[in-house]
Design a protein around this ligand. Structure first.
Ligand SMILES: *[C@@H]1O[C@H](CO)[C@@H](O)[C@H](O)[C@H]1NC(C)=O
Ligand SMILES: *[C@@H]1O[C@H](CO)[C@@H](O)[C@H](O)[C@H]1NC(C)=O
Ligand SMILES: *[C@@H]1O[C@H](CO)[C@@H](O)[C@H](O)[C@H]1NC(C)=O
Length: 630
């Protein structure tokens, strides 16, 4: 009995099915040189991918963007595509309230403006300091307001300005460190929104993240790897009201899925990138299977009409060239930092859309490298995903081939432009961006999975730390509460094992987060003593979330000297830049002291302190001569 009691009592957030839509984040700032033909190309490609609308990112420079917007709205109207505004409060500072309203007055009534329940959709990137103004903006625009206020956390964002948001977008689309993507932050949003009367959730999906723009103190990557495949599974499982893809054309962060447009790459110039790491790294292949996954997300099932294969990889193993000072994770978001190669793996990744099982093989420079599927669709129809490892000694062109028996279905072979080896490095530096290529079978087929989403259950999942074993066990039997576990595969529900025993309880000293998982797992015969007990035990209320990843809690300079005090201070509060400090202790984050108004500083002339003085001086610790106030 998988009783409705468990689902209700344990707060499983089975999202109710409402209108579903998929958007892509679009940097309007890149489009100053855009012609009508450029807009037509981008909009047609987005439509072909079954994307409903662009979320138009506008920094606070609206006069400069108005002619682009006029062109975009007229092309979108002609093509039956939609657009809406995402006011970027972080790019060039906060907006003036009247300017926000004026822009909506000018565009929100146009036929191409995206509406939800009849209201124009309005969004933001950050800007929670201006939350109060949105009461008035909403009243004047009649807009439906779904901001991204990720810096405030889910519960902070929903409470802002007495709940002014009508829904929330959550920017957190990338995994932490050397882990694969989970849904703990999504779970917090879904819970916060559910408790606010069921406001809609906009879930983020992104394929990659690498940025190296020193002008804006940005030089890090987050794990891409299998993310694009994993995240869509998470979306199809959780069924949020909206999805926003980050991004269409943010080339400076390497997560674009739109076409490369040479004239739209000024970010590399203004950001003082060491080289243009976007040029020559097409990502179009990441759009190939969007129609299938988006239709599955919206309708619960989709038909495969053409088989195809997408492959992506970095063009050199992590240690072949210099790392360029790039970190895996970023201290600037008080994350533990890793070597970039620990986060971004030396693997060739591939996803195939198939009507039935097939074999995959990979060669690099003509040499076979072992390749395997790591995920296949239950029932055989849909997306297959896998990878092949490569090393520093692999050199040459990449070929990925799919065969069924002796018949080749598709082969990705981009030639020299995607070849692996040191020749891909620029000035001895690794390009941490992904090269993406796609190939289609010429044949037309028609294959539809037997089960729709609402007939499927979770058949595989995982969890963090001590939750891992419990989640792996429970998710297999379609009990995969998003508050504690991440479902990684859907399929025909697997019957519960027999015999059934008595429900269990969390082990002594653990917390309520284990209650449902132990109740079910022990009943089904899996009752690990490190997590569960057969008898009721005293529980605790944890002071820190058991789902938050560890932070740095102590550190030393890499080279003893003028940075010693700074590393010791800031590493203790999670800010431990690995280019200058070494983290020597990990645990729950000690939240950094609040910044003091008017206090700030930077490093002495000629010192690259990777932000240490800026971090410490703003908090009242500004030791000279290494740091200089002001
Ligand atoms: C919140 O979630 C519960 C459990 O899924 C559901 O029964 C309830 O209707 C939701 N509340 C709202 C307001 O959506
Ligand atoms: C790649 O390496 C990992 C870790 O060493 C290993 O588990 C996996 O099986 C390898 N993959 C292939 C396709 O050989
Ligand atoms: C899980 O633990 C967190 C952190 O203590 C707590 O806020 C949350 O309410 C717990 N969840 C449940 C379902 O008990």
């Amino acid at each position: 009995m998988k009783s409705s009691l468990f689902w209700a009592a344990l707060g499983c957030l089975a999202a109710q099915v409402r209108a579903k839509a998929v958007f892509a984040h679009f940097m309007v700032g890149n489009t100053k040189p855009y012609t009508q033909a450029d807009w037509e190309r981008d909009i047609q490609l987005a439509k072909d991918a079954h994307i409903d609308a662009f979320a138009l990112n506008l920094a606070n420079e609206i006069p400069e963007l108005t002619s682009s917007l006029n062109l975009a709205f007229s092309v979108a109207a002609n093509k039956g595509f939609k657009l809406f505004f995402s006011y970027d409060y972080a790019g060039l500072g906060a907006f003036n309230k009247d300017a926000v309203v004026k822009l909506c007055d000018d565009f929100c009534n146009k036929p191409a403006y995206y509406r939800f329940n009849g209201k124009p959709l309005l969004s933001t990137f950050e800007g929670s300091e201006s939350a109060e103004e949105w009461h008035d903006i909403k009243a004047r625009t009649k807009g439906f307001f779904v901001p991204d206020w990720s810096s405030q956390g889910a519960f902070g964002a929903i409470a802002k300005a007495r709940g002014v948001a009508d829904g929330l977008f959550n920017w957190a689309a990338w995994p932490w460190g050397n882990q694969d993507m989970d849904t703990y932050i999504d779970a917090a949003y879904m819970l916060a929104l559910n408790q606010s009367g069921g406001k809609p959730y906009m879930m983020a999906a992104s394929p990659w993240f690498y940025t190296n723009l020193p002008e804006w103190d940005k030089n890090w990557l987050w794990r891409g790897d299998s993310l694009w495949f994993d995240r869509w599974n998470e979306i199809i499982f959780n069924e949020p009201e909206f999805v926003q893809i980050i991004s269409w054309n943010d080339f400076g962060e390497s997560h674009h899925i739109g076409p490369l447009v040479d004239k739209a790459m000024e970010a590399f110039h203004y950001g003082k990138a060491p080289f243009n790491y976007g040029a020559g790294y097409p990502h179009d292949g990441w759009r190939a299977f969007l129609p299938f996954v988006i239709d599955t997300y919206k309708n619960g099932v989709a038909t495969v009409t053409k088989e195809g294969l997408t492959g992506w990889w970095r063009r050199s193993a992590a240690s072949v060239c210099g790392d360029g000072g790039t970190t895996g994770n970023t201290a600037s978001q008080v994350q533990l930092e890793f070597a970039p190669g620990q986060v971004s793996q030396d693997k060739i990744f591939f996803t195939a859309l198939l009507g039935s099982a097939a074999d995959v093989s990979v060669t690099i420079g003509g040499t076979a490298v072992p390749a395997q599927w790591t995920a296949t669709p239950d029932g055989g129809i849909g997306l297959y995903h896998g990878s092949a490892n490569f090393t520093t000694s692999h050199r040459g062109d990449v070929v990925i081939t799919i065969r069924r028996g002796n018949t080749q279905i598709a082969a990705v072979r981009p030639g020299a432009s995607g070849s692996i080896g040191p020749q891909s490095c620029v000035n001895g530096l690794t390009n941490w961006n992904a090269f993406v290529a796609v190939d289609w079978s010429p044949a037309t087929i028609s294959a539809t999975p037997a089960l729709k989403r609402n007939q499927q259950g979770c058949i595989q999942g995982t969890g963090t730390g001590n939750f891992k074993g419990l989640c792996k066990f429970n998710c297999r039997y379609n009990y995969c509460p998003v508050s504690a576990c991440t479902c990684t595969a859907l399929g025909k529900p697997i019957p519960e094992p027999q015999p059934q025993l008595a429900p269990g309880f969390p082990a002594a000293g653990l917390d309520e987060n284990y209650t449902g998982l132990c109740a079910v797992a022990c009943r089904l015969g899996y009752c690990p003593p490190t997590a569960c007990s057969r008898t009721k035990q005293p529980l605790v209320v944890p002071t820190t979330s058991p789902f938050a990843p560890p932070a740095c809690t102590a550190g030393e300079p890499i080279v003893a000297g003028e940075l010693t005090g700074l590393c010791r201070y800031s590493c203790g509060f999670g800010f431990c830049p690995r280019n200058v400090c070494r983290c020597t202790g990990q645990g729950p984050l000690n939240p950094p002291p609040a910044t003091i108004n008017g206090e700030n500083g930077g490093p002495r002339e000629g010192l690259n302190d990777h932000g240490l003085c800026r971090f410490t001086c703003a908090r009242g610790y500004c030791p000279g001569p290494v740091c200089v106030k002001g």
